[in-house]
Design a binder for this molecule. Structure first.
Ligand code: NAD
Length: 351
């Protein structure tokens, strides 16, 4: 019988090729007059483009965003925002840049306008993360949720094929775990299934023809849905494992998600038949786990933890850490079960 809680997050989304032209108008709608633009060093040119588009409404550019928001970078960006008298942040880039804007908003309440250029989905979540002394702390705070998001697929055509594939699989993971989340609800499940379907159809085209705007548009639409799923309901075993592997063994974020997902899904299959049927249907596959593995392989994405540089000797420690703190998962977590899952993921076995 149906029983659920559904709460939507207050954010304004503008979607479509060329919608970046609305940037000055949207900044004005936020009531902001001095926007600090944020980017990674690699996307400095995009940052400069935003500054040019904003004209007198730009306070400056901070182009030092890096993966996992080190506290030193967060402090430097906060000081720069204060020095320039910024009254909002424009984050152009992937999860690393959006994450830096969130670190500023967490202590200043400056509103964020996000312009995502990957499929990570951070722009739709109230989740922040900051790394200090090698440890990443994460939390939820509505103040860090971007107020406005401009999804312009034109900005994603420069995303390399490998990043497109792994970033897309990372977002599919948000959709997959939303379908068997503790707080799963009919609205988010609709979005999650649709997100998987739109990715399964668009990613193979995106990887072969990175400039195909129709496919890029479908993939970015799917990423939006994945972001909502991640931001609205809690995640489970897959995200916990990836957090452990990324944090303790320094494995790359999106690639780790890509490799682990089919195996986490295989583990949870006996406990969530309805969710698995929806995932398989969205992928057009016989089973959810096989379909996810085959999709990643067909995109040329990595399929084993060994290929990501993880040592076989670290698998026992990874299993120990993954079972330390209890968390929700549809199937009970056992040390032996997780160790076997990790072995399969390390070898890159088709589930
Ligand atoms: P990223 O932001 O680190 O980007 C990876 C690299 O690709 C960077 O050099 C970036 O400049 C470049 N890049 C991005 N878009 C590009 C484009 N269109 N063309 C060319 N180059 C481009 O990668 P990511 O996977 O988007 O983000 C990963 C980070 O985001 C992790 O730290 C993860 O923990 C975090 N994250 C947070 C949330 C959340 O809700 N808080 C959600 C998802 C991910």
């Amino acid at each position: 019988m149906l029983s659920f809680v559904y709460q939507s997050a207050p954010s304004r989304v503008i979607f479509g090729a060329g919608c970046l032209d609305k940037l000055p108008e949207e900044i004005q709608k936020l009531g902001a007059t001095k926007a600090l633009v944020l980017s990674t060093p690699e996307q400095r040119q995009s940052g400069l483009d935003m500054v040019a588009r904003l004209g007198l409404r730009a306070a400056g550019l901070f182009d030092r965003a890096v993966m996992h928001v080190p506290i030193e970078t967060a402090q430097a960006a906060r000081e720069e925002a204060q020095r320039l008298g910024a009254d909002c942040c424009v984050a152009v880039g992937g999860g690393s840049t959006t994450g830096l804007a969130k670190a500023i908003a967490l202590v200043s309440t400056l509103p964020i306008l996000a312009v995502p250029t990957t499929y990570a989905g951070s722009e739709m979540t109230p989740i922040w993360g900051i790394t200090e002394g090698g440890r990443k702390t994460t939390g939820r705070d509505i103040r860090v949720l971007p107020k406005t998001v401009l999804y312009d697929p034109c900005l994603t055509v420069t995303m390399p094929a490998t990043l497109s594939a792994t970033s897309g699989m990372n977002s599919i993971a948000h959709c997959v775990e939303a379908l068997y989340a503790e707080e799963a609800n009919p609205i988010v499940s609709l979005m999650a299934e649709e997100g998987i379907r739109a990715f399964a159809q668009s990613l193979p085209v995106v990887v072969k023809q990175p400039g195909n705007l129709e496919a890029r548009s479908q993939a970015l639409y799917a990423a939006w849905l994945g972001g909502i799923a991640l931001g609205t309901v809690g995640m489970a075993l897959h995200h916990k494992l990836c957090h452990t592997l990324g944090g303790t063994f320094n494995l790359p974020h999106a690639e780790t998600h890509t490799v682990v997902l089919p195996h986490a899904v295989a583990y949870n299959t006996p406990a969530s038949p309805e969710a698995m049927a929806r995932i398989a249907r969205a992928l057009g596959a016989r089973s959810a786990a096989e379909g996810l593995y085959d999709l990643a392989a067909s995109l040329g994405a990595p399929t084993s933890l060994a290929a990501l540089g993880m040592q076989a000797g670290d698998l026992d420690r990874a299993a120990d850490i993954a079972v330390q703190n209890p968390y929700y998962n549809p199937r009970p977590i056992t040390r032996d079960g997780i160790r076997a899952l990790l072995q399969n993921a390390w070898e890159g076995r088709r589930p």
